[in-house]
Design a protein around this ligand. Structure first.
Ligand code: ATP
Ligand code: MG
Length: 256
């Protein structure tokens, strides 16, 4: 049965998509069967996995509106080694269209039930908001991976997300929990980042992943080639860190 994880943080630009695509590629590299679901109308995870969002015949939008199954809509990215359920601007409309529908927050969960056996991991790249799209992700998932930068307001920013996760856990999805906090874009030369990193560890204990993702320009360059850094330049420090992270996650699964 697939483990389903949202990559979420309501803050924009913190590294959600970079984490989602590189973790997907890292997991694929260590032999896991992976489906990456792009829940963001920006479609960055789609493009960053070598799938052209402008040419999608079917996307996560069709899955949420129950006009296509995941088997029909997901595309295998040869270059990346994982399946992609893509998104594009059309998905922005789903927010409104879902409002009047039944089980509107459970659409992704129901669709994923059918493909549970086909994957070891399903990763959901969430948009930077706590919208109906993110809610579909949280209702479908076993847990949340939270990428965060070790900056001054990092802990404060987490409060909203932690509260949302608690509410979803209490009312909609009793499985949901925080799997872990992933420190990203880390620069050890910056004292403040070291301090915040220590704060995170004392506050969240072993909910903080051991692996730290460094700030690495190769990870930022890779999307313009339509690839995760892990595939674009496997020798880059950031890519190696994501493969390490994939291994750490696989090891953690039995303890979750
Ligand atoms: P959004 O909230 O818009 O969806 P996001 O949280 O998905 O954003 P990303 O798009 O992954 O964030 O990253 C934001 C920017 O930071 C991008 O330009 C990305 O290339 C860059 N970036 C992410 N991680 C790293 C890293 N480890 N090193 C260097 N640059 C990075
Ligand atoms: Mg993103």
């Amino acid at each position: 049965m697939a483990k389903i994880f949202c990559v979420a943080n309501q803050k924009g630009g913190v590294g959600k998509t970079t984490s989602a695509v590189n973790l997907a590629a890292g997991l694929a590299k260590v032999g896991q069967r992976v489906l990456l679901v792009d829940l963001d109308p920006q479609g960055n995870a789609t493009m960053g996995s070598g799938v052209d969002k402008r040419q999608l015949e079917l996307s996560v939008y069709d899955v949420l509106l129950e006009s296509a199954s995941i088997q029909e809509a997901a595309i295998f990215s040869e270059k990346c080694g994982y399946h992609v359920l893509g998104a594009n601007r059309e998905l922005a409309g789903a927010e409104v269209e879902l409002v009047d529908l039944e089980r509107r927050d459970q659409r992704l969960k129901l669709a994923l039930e059918v493909v549970q056996q086909d994957f070891d991991f399903v990763l959901i790249d969430c948009p930077p908001s706590l919208s109906m799209l993110t809610l579909n992700g949280l209702c479908a998932a076993h847990g949340v991976i939270v990428p965060m930068q070790c900056e001054y307001f990092a802990l404060e920013g987490l409060t909203d997300l932690v509260n949302t996760i608690k509410q979803v856990h209490a009312n909609l999805n009793p499985d949901l929990k925080i799997i872990g906090l992933l420190r990203v874009m880390f620069d050890p030369r910056i004292t403040l980042q070291q301090q915040v990193s220590e704060q995170l560890k004392s506050h969240f204990g072993d909910k903080v992943f051991n692996t730290v993702i460094p700030r690495n320009v190769r990870l930022a360059e890779a999307p313009s080639y339509g690839l995760p850094g892990v595939v674009f330049d496997p020798s880059a420090k950031g890519s190696q860190a994501f493969v390490e992270f994939a291994k750490e996650l696989v090891q953690r699964i039995p303890t979750l």
